[in-house]
Design a protein around this ligand. Structure first.
Ligand code: PLP
Length: 359
Protein backbone atom coordinates (compact mmCIF):
# COMPACT_ATOMS: atom_id res chain seq x y z
CA UNK A 1 0.00 0.00 0.00
CA UNK A 2 1.30 3.46 -0.90
CA UNK A 3 2.05 6.11 1.75
CA UNK A 4 -0.16 9.19 1.49
CA UNK A 5 1.53 12.60 1.72
CA UNK A 6 -0.63 14.96 3.76
CA UNK A 7 -0.78 18.74 3.46
CA UNK A 8 -3.45 20.36 5.62
CA UNK A 9 -5.23 23.57 4.72
CA UNK A 10 -4.18 26.84 6.36
CA UNK A 11 -7.63 28.29 5.71
CA UNK A 12 -10.32 25.91 6.99
CA UNK A 13 -13.83 26.78 5.83
CA UNK A 14 -16.73 27.22 8.25
CA UNK A 15 -18.49 23.90 8.82
CA UNK A 16 -22.29 24.14 8.39
CA UNK A 17 -24.10 23.76 11.71
CA UNK A 18 -27.09 21.47 12.32
CA UNK A 19 -29.50 24.34 11.52
CA UNK A 20 -28.31 24.38 7.87
CA UNK A 21 -30.30 22.33 5.38
CA UNK A 22 -27.66 20.21 3.61
CA UNK A 23 -28.70 20.09 -0.03
CA UNK A 24 -27.23 16.94 -1.62
CA UNK A 25 -23.88 17.51 -3.33
CA UNK A 26 -23.54 21.27 -2.85
CA UNK A 27 -20.95 21.68 -0.07
CA UNK A 28 -17.44 20.24 -0.08
CA UNK A 29 -15.00 19.76 2.80
CA UNK A 30 -11.54 21.23 3.40
CA UNK A 31 -9.43 18.51 1.76
CA UNK A 32 -9.23 16.23 -1.26
CA UNK A 33 -7.19 13.17 -2.17
CA UNK A 34 -5.31 12.96 -5.47
CA UNK A 35 -3.24 10.05 -6.86
CA UNK A 36 -1.52 10.11 -10.26
CA UNK A 37 -1.07 7.38 -12.85
CA UNK A 38 1.47 7.14 -15.63
CA UNK A 39 2.46 4.17 -17.76
CA UNK A 40 6.03 4.34 -16.40
CA UNK A 41 5.23 4.69 -12.71
CA UNK A 42 1.78 3.08 -12.37
CA UNK A 43 -0.40 4.60 -9.63
CA UNK A 44 1.90 6.81 -7.55
CA UNK A 45 2.27 9.81 -5.24
CA UNK A 46 -1.08 9.73 -3.40
CA UNK A 47 -1.58 13.00 -1.54
CA UNK A 48 -4.18 14.73 0.57
CA UNK A 49 -4.21 18.47 0.01
CA UNK A 50 -6.48 21.50 0.50
CA UNK A 51 -9.68 21.22 -1.59
CA UNK A 52 -9.00 23.20 -4.77
CA UNK A 53 -9.72 23.40 -8.50
CA UNK A 54 -7.67 21.12 -10.75
CA UNK A 55 -5.85 22.38 -13.83
CA UNK A 56 -6.13 20.27 -16.98
CA UNK A 57 -5.08 20.76 -20.56
CA UNK A 58 -8.12 21.57 -22.74
CA UNK A 59 -7.17 18.53 -24.82
CA UNK A 60 -7.31 16.21 -21.76
CA UNK A 61 -8.94 13.04 -23.02
CA UNK A 62 -11.70 12.99 -20.39
CA UNK A 63 -13.25 16.08 -22.00
CA UNK A 64 -13.49 14.51 -25.43
CA UNK A 65 -13.99 10.78 -25.01
CA UNK A 66 -15.50 10.55 -21.53
CA UNK A 67 -12.99 8.10 -20.09
CA UNK A 68 -14.16 8.49 -16.49
CA UNK A 69 -15.24 6.27 -13.59
CA UNK A 70 -16.81 7.26 -10.31
CA UNK A 71 -18.02 5.75 -7.06
CA UNK A 72 -20.27 6.82 -4.20
CA UNK A 73 -20.41 5.75 -0.56
CA UNK A 74 -21.05 7.31 2.84
CA UNK A 75 -19.39 7.85 6.21
CA UNK A 76 -21.49 8.11 9.39
CA UNK A 77 -20.80 9.26 12.93
CA UNK A 78 -22.36 7.03 15.59
CA UNK A 79 -23.92 8.26 18.83
CA UNK A 80 -20.84 7.10 20.75
CA UNK A 81 -18.54 9.09 18.42
CA UNK A 82 -17.22 6.33 16.13
CA UNK A 83 -16.88 6.91 12.38
CA UNK A 84 -18.20 4.12 10.17
CA UNK A 85 -17.97 3.47 6.44
CA UNK A 86 -20.55 1.09 4.96
CA UNK A 87 -19.03 -1.72 2.84
CA UNK A 88 -16.22 0.39 1.27
CA UNK A 89 -14.62 -2.86 0.05
CA UNK A 90 -17.63 -3.35 -2.24
CA UNK A 91 -17.14 0.08 -3.79
CA UNK A 92 -13.41 -0.56 -4.21
CA UNK A 93 -14.17 -3.89 -5.96
CA UNK A 94 -16.79 -2.28 -8.19
CA UNK A 95 -14.26 0.45 -9.09
CA UNK A 96 -11.84 -2.28 -10.21
CA UNK A 97 -14.55 -3.79 -12.44
CA UNK A 98 -15.66 -0.42 -13.82
CA UNK A 99 -12.04 0.48 -14.57
CA UNK A 100 -11.49 -2.80 -16.42
CA UNK A 101 -14.47 -2.10 -18.68
CA UNK A 102 -13.39 1.51 -19.28
CA UNK A 103 -9.73 0.62 -19.99
CA UNK A 104 -8.61 2.59 -16.92
CA UNK A 105 -5.77 1.00 -14.89
CA UNK A 106 -7.11 -0.77 -11.81
CA UNK A 107 -6.69 0.93 -8.47
CA UNK A 108 -5.53 -1.54 -5.80
CA UNK A 109 -8.42 -2.14 -3.38
CA UNK A 110 -6.22 -1.34 -0.34
CA UNK A 111 -5.14 2.04 -1.80
CA UNK A 112 -8.76 2.93 -2.62
CA UNK A 113 -9.91 2.10 0.93
CA UNK A 114 -6.87 3.74 2.55
CA UNK A 115 -7.51 6.92 0.54
CA UNK A 116 -11.15 7.05 1.64
CA UNK A 117 -10.37 6.27 5.29
CA UNK A 118 -7.51 8.77 5.57
CA UNK A 119 -9.45 11.61 3.94
CA UNK A 120 -12.56 10.97 6.05
CA UNK A 121 -10.43 10.89 9.20
CA UNK A 122 -8.82 14.24 8.33
CA UNK A 123 -12.18 15.90 7.56
CA UNK A 124 -14.13 14.09 10.27
CA UNK A 125 -15.37 17.35 11.80
CA UNK A 126 -17.49 17.69 8.63
CA UNK A 127 -19.52 14.53 9.29
CA UNK A 128 -22.98 15.81 10.20
CA UNK A 129 -24.81 14.05 13.02
CA UNK A 130 -28.44 15.12 12.64
CA UNK A 131 -30.88 12.27 11.90
CA UNK A 132 -30.53 11.08 8.31
CA UNK A 133 -27.36 13.04 7.51
CA UNK A 134 -23.95 11.66 6.52
CA UNK A 135 -20.71 12.48 4.72
CA UNK A 136 -20.96 11.46 1.06
CA UNK A 137 -17.68 10.18 -0.40
CA UNK A 138 -17.11 10.61 -4.14
CA UNK A 139 -14.03 8.85 -5.56
CA UNK A 140 -13.47 9.28 -9.32
CA UNK A 141 -10.87 8.79 -12.05
CA UNK A 142 -10.30 10.99 -15.11
CA UNK A 143 -8.16 10.44 -18.22
CA UNK A 144 -5.64 13.29 -18.48
CA UNK A 145 -3.50 12.71 -21.61
CA UNK A 146 -3.45 15.91 -23.71
CA UNK A 147 -4.44 14.11 -26.89
CA UNK A 148 -7.16 14.07 -29.53
CA UNK A 149 -7.79 10.59 -30.86
CA UNK A 150 -9.67 7.61 -29.54
CA UNK A 151 -7.48 5.27 -27.44
CA UNK A 152 -7.08 4.68 -23.70
CA UNK A 153 -5.18 7.48 -21.97
CA UNK A 154 -1.70 6.83 -20.59
CA UNK A 155 -2.15 9.18 -17.63
CA UNK A 156 -4.96 9.51 -15.08
CA UNK A 157 -5.88 11.22 -11.84
CA UNK A 158 -7.76 9.39 -9.05
CA UNK A 159 -9.46 11.98 -6.86
CA UNK A 160 -11.65 11.70 -3.75
CA UNK A 161 -13.87 14.54 -2.53
CA UNK A 162 -16.30 14.66 0.41
CA UNK A 163 -19.66 16.35 0.81
CA UNK A 164 -21.83 16.56 3.93
CA UNK A 165 -25.35 15.59 2.88
CA UNK A 166 -28.76 15.84 4.43
CA UNK A 167 -31.51 13.28 4.67
CA UNK A 168 -32.53 12.42 1.12
CA UNK A 169 -36.14 12.91 2.19
CA UNK A 170 -36.29 15.59 4.89
CA UNK A 171 -39.73 14.32 5.97
CA UNK A 172 -38.37 10.78 6.34
CA UNK A 173 -39.17 7.84 4.10
CA UNK A 174 -41.40 9.04 1.33
CA UNK A 175 -43.00 7.02 -1.50
CA UNK A 176 -41.83 8.17 -4.94
CA UNK A 177 -43.57 8.16 -8.32
CA UNK A 178 -41.62 6.29 -11.00
CA UNK A 179 -41.79 6.71 -14.76
CA UNK A 180 -41.17 3.52 -16.79
CA UNK A 181 -39.37 4.90 -19.85
CA UNK A 182 -40.60 3.60 -23.21
CA UNK A 183 -38.74 5.93 -25.62
CA UNK A 184 -35.10 6.30 -24.55
CA UNK A 185 -32.75 3.57 -23.30
CA UNK A 186 -29.84 3.89 -20.88
CA UNK A 187 -27.64 0.88 -21.63
CA UNK A 188 -27.42 -2.36 -23.55
CA UNK A 189 -25.68 -5.62 -22.75
CA UNK A 190 -22.11 -5.41 -24.02
CA UNK A 191 -22.14 -1.65 -23.40
CA UNK A 192 -20.99 0.14 -20.24
CA UNK A 193 -24.21 -0.06 -18.18
CA UNK A 194 -22.66 -2.20 -15.44
CA UNK A 195 -19.72 0.20 -15.03
CA UNK A 196 -20.15 3.35 -12.96
CA UNK A 197 -19.21 5.75 -15.74
CA UNK A 198 -20.31 9.34 -16.23
CA UNK A 199 -21.41 8.52 -19.77
CA UNK A 200 -24.25 6.35 -18.47
CA UNK A 201 -25.71 9.32 -16.65
CA UNK A 202 -25.62 11.73 -19.57
CA UNK A 203 -27.50 9.03 -21.52
CA UNK A 204 -30.21 9.15 -18.87
CA UNK A 205 -30.80 12.90 -18.69
CA UNK A 206 -33.31 13.41 -21.52
CA UNK A 207 -35.70 10.86 -20.02
CA UNK A 208 -35.14 12.19 -16.52
CA UNK A 209 -36.08 15.73 -17.56
CA UNK A 210 -39.17 14.42 -19.36
CA UNK A 211 -40.22 12.39 -16.30
CA UNK A 212 -39.71 15.38 -13.98
CA UNK A 213 -41.84 17.56 -16.24
CA UNK A 214 -44.60 14.96 -15.94
CA UNK A 215 -44.37 15.00 -12.14
CA UNK A 216 -42.34 11.80 -11.68
CA UNK A 217 -39.20 11.78 -9.57
CA UNK A 218 -37.23 8.95 -11.20
CA UNK A 219 -37.00 6.95 -14.43
CA UNK A 220 -37.21 3.14 -14.48
CA UNK A 221 -35.27 1.78 -17.45
CA UNK A 222 -36.25 -1.11 -19.67
CA UNK A 223 -33.67 -3.28 -21.45
CA UNK A 224 -32.16 -1.58 -24.48
CA UNK A 225 -32.89 -4.32 -27.02
CA UNK A 226 -36.47 -5.56 -26.55
CA UNK A 227 -37.58 -2.68 -24.30
CA UNK A 228 -39.51 -5.27 -22.40
CA UNK A 229 -37.54 -6.25 -19.29
CA UNK A 230 -37.10 -4.12 -16.19
CA UNK A 231 -33.51 -2.99 -15.52
CA UNK A 232 -32.97 -0.31 -12.86
CA UNK A 233 -33.87 3.22 -11.79
CA UNK A 234 -31.75 6.33 -12.55
CA UNK A 235 -29.57 5.94 -9.46
CA UNK A 236 -31.11 2.91 -7.76
CA UNK A 237 -31.73 -0.77 -8.25
CA UNK A 238 -35.34 -1.91 -8.07
CA UNK A 239 -37.19 -4.58 -6.06
CA UNK A 240 -40.75 -5.93 -6.31
CA UNK A 241 -42.69 -8.06 -3.85
CA UNK A 242 -45.02 -10.22 -5.88
CA UNK A 243 -47.24 -12.75 -4.08
CA UNK A 244 -44.85 -12.86 -1.13
CA UNK A 245 -41.69 -13.31 -3.24
CA UNK A 246 -39.04 -10.60 -3.50
CA UNK A 247 -38.01 -10.20 -7.15
CA UNK A 248 -35.19 -8.04 -8.54
CA UNK A 249 -33.74 -7.95 -12.07
CA UNK A 250 -30.79 -10.30 -12.46
CA UNK A 251 -27.42 -8.60 -13.11
CA UNK A 252 -27.24 -9.03 -16.88
CA UNK A 253 -24.35 -6.78 -17.84
CA UNK A 254 -26.30 -3.56 -18.36
CA UNK A 255 -27.36 -2.99 -14.73
CA UNK A 256 -25.16 -1.45 -12.04
CA UNK A 257 -24.42 -4.04 -9.30
CA UNK A 258 -25.57 -1.91 -6.36
CA UNK A 259 -24.03 -2.33 -2.92
CA UNK A 260 -27.42 -1.61 -1.33
CA UNK A 261 -29.02 -4.14 -3.71
CA UNK A 262 -26.66 -6.84 -2.48
CA UNK A 263 -27.29 -5.81 1.15
CA UNK A 264 -31.08 -6.02 0.72
CA UNK A 265 -30.92 -9.42 -0.98
CA UNK A 266 -28.87 -10.79 1.93
CA UNK A 267 -31.22 -9.31 4.55
CA UNK A 268 -34.41 -10.52 2.84
CA UNK A 269 -32.98 -14.05 2.59
CA UNK A 270 -32.05 -13.98 6.28
CA UNK A 271 -35.59 -12.93 7.11
CA UNK A 272 -36.88 -16.04 5.37
CA UNK A 273 -38.34 -14.26 2.35
CA UNK A 274 -38.02 -16.04 -0.99
CA UNK A 275 -35.75 -13.91 -3.21
CA UNK A 276 -35.50 -14.29 -6.98
CA UNK A 277 -32.92 -12.56 -9.16
CA UNK A 278 -34.38 -13.00 -12.61
CA UNK A 279 -35.70 -11.29 -15.71
CA UNK A 280 -39.00 -9.55 -15.09
CA UNK A 281 -40.98 -8.06 -17.93
CA UNK A 282 -43.05 -4.92 -17.79
CA UNK A 283 -46.04 -7.07 -18.89
CA UNK A 284 -45.61 -9.33 -15.87
CA UNK A 285 -45.43 -6.25 -13.68
CA UNK A 286 -48.57 -4.72 -15.16
CA UNK A 287 -50.42 -8.00 -14.74
CA UNK A 288 -49.26 -8.31 -11.12
CA UNK A 289 -50.37 -4.73 -10.44
CA UNK A 290 -53.79 -5.39 -12.04
CA UNK A 291 -54.47 -8.56 -10.05
CA UNK A 292 -53.21 -7.14 -6.74
CA UNK A 293 -50.24 -9.57 -6.64
CA UNK A 294 -47.80 -6.64 -6.68
CA UNK A 295 -47.59 -5.96 -2.95
CA UNK A 296 -44.59 -3.66 -2.69
CA UNK A 297 -41.99 -1.86 -4.83
CA UNK A 298 -38.83 -0.15 -3.60
CA UNK A 299 -35.56 1.21 -4.94
CA UNK A 300 -32.15 0.71 -3.30
CA UNK A 301 -29.12 2.99 -3.49
CA UNK A 302 -26.51 4.76 -1.39
CA UNK A 303 -28.14 8.21 -1.60
CA UNK A 304 -31.62 7.41 -0.25
CA UNK A 305 -30.85 3.84 1.02
CA UNK A 306 -34.45 2.65 0.43
CA UNK A 307 -37.06 4.51 -1.66
CA UNK A 308 -40.55 3.07 -1.43
CA UNK A 309 -42.40 3.39 -4.74
CA UNK A 310 -46.02 4.54 -4.50
CA UNK A 311 -46.90 4.80 -8.20
CA UNK A 312 -45.58 3.39 -11.48
CA UNK A 313 -46.40 4.83 -14.89
CA UNK A 314 -46.03 2.94 -18.17
CA UNK A 315 -47.23 4.49 -21.48
CA UNK A 316 -50.87 5.37 -20.70
CA UNK A 317 -51.30 3.45 -17.45
CA UNK A 318 -50.58 4.54 -13.89
CA UNK A 319 -50.52 1.91 -11.15
CA UNK A 320 -50.77 2.56 -7.45
CA UNK A 321 -48.72 0.10 -5.40
CA UNK A 322 -50.68 -1.15 -2.38
CA UNK A 323 -52.20 1.91 -0.70
CA UNK A 324 -49.50 4.13 -2.25
CA UNK A 325 -47.71 4.32 1.09
CA UNK A 326 -44.61 2.68 2.61
CA UNK A 327 -44.61 -1.11 2.51
CA UNK A 328 -43.59 -3.23 5.51
CA UNK A 329 -40.46 -4.69 3.88
CA UNK A 330 -39.30 -1.26 2.65
CA UNK A 331 -39.65 0.11 6.17
CA UNK A 332 -37.89 -2.87 7.75
CA UNK A 333 -35.02 -2.70 5.25
CA UNK A 334 -34.65 1.05 5.78
CA UNK A 335 -34.61 0.70 9.58
CA UNK A 336 -32.17 -2.20 9.50
CA UNK A 337 -29.69 -0.83 6.96
CA UNK A 338 -29.61 2.68 8.46
CA UNK A 339 -29.45 1.12 11.96
CA UNK A 340 -26.32 -0.83 10.98
CA UNK A 341 -24.80 2.19 9.19
CA UNK A 342 -25.25 4.34 12.30
CA UNK A 343 -24.00 1.68 14.70
CA UNK A 344 -27.43 1.42 16.41
CA UNK A 345 -27.93 -2.20 15.34
CA UNK A 346 -25.17 -4.77 15.86
CA UNK A 347 -23.29 -5.40 12.61
CA UNK A 348 -23.27 -9.19 12.48
CA UNK A 349 -22.19 -9.20 8.81
CA UNK A 350 -18.96 -7.20 9.11
CA UNK A 351 -20.41 -4.57 6.77
CA UNK A 352 -19.13 -1.50 8.60
CA UNK A 353 -15.49 -0.40 8.69
CA UNK A 354 -14.31 1.95 11.42
CA UNK A 355 -12.21 4.98 10.51
CA UNK A 356 -9.27 5.90 12.79
CA UNK A 357 -10.10 5.94 16.46
CA UNK A 358 -11.91 9.22 16.49
CA UNK A 359 -14.08 10.20 19.45
C1 PLP B 1 -27.47 3.50 -12.07
C2 PLP B 1 -27.41 3.14 -10.65
N1 PLP B 1 -27.98 1.98 -10.23
C3 PLP B 1 -27.94 1.59 -8.95
C4 PLP B 1 -27.32 2.36 -7.97
C5 PLP B 1 -27.28 1.90 -6.56
O1 PLP B 1 -25.99 1.45 -6.20
P1 PLP B 1 -25.47 1.53 -4.71
O2 PLP B 1 -26.44 0.74 -3.88
O3 PLP B 1 -24.12 0.89 -4.76
O4 PLP B 1 -25.44 2.95 -4.34
C6 PLP B 1 -26.71 3.57 -8.34
C7 PLP B 1 -26.04 4.43 -7.34
O5 PLP B 1 -24.89 4.31 -7.11
C8 PLP B 1 -26.75 3.96 -9.71
O6 PLP B 1 -26.17 5.12 -10.09
Amino acid sequence: MLDIKIEKTMNPKPIPGPENPLVFGTIFTDHMYVMEYSTEKGWHDPAIMPYQPITLDPSAMVFHYGQEMFEGLKAYKTEDGRILLFRPDKNAERAVNSNKRLMIPEIPVEDFINGVKTLVEIDQAWIPTKEGTSLYVRPFVIATDPFLGVRPSNTYKFIIILSPVGAYYPEGLNPVKIWIEDEYVRAVRGGIGEAKAGGNYVASMAAQVKAHEEGYSQVLWLDGVERKYIEEVGAMNIFFKINGTVVTPVLNGSILPGVTRNTCIELCKEWGLPVEERRISVDELEEAARTGALEEVWGTGTAAVISPVGHLRYVNDVFQIGDGGIGAISQRLYDTVTGIQLGKIEDTHGWTMEVGNAR
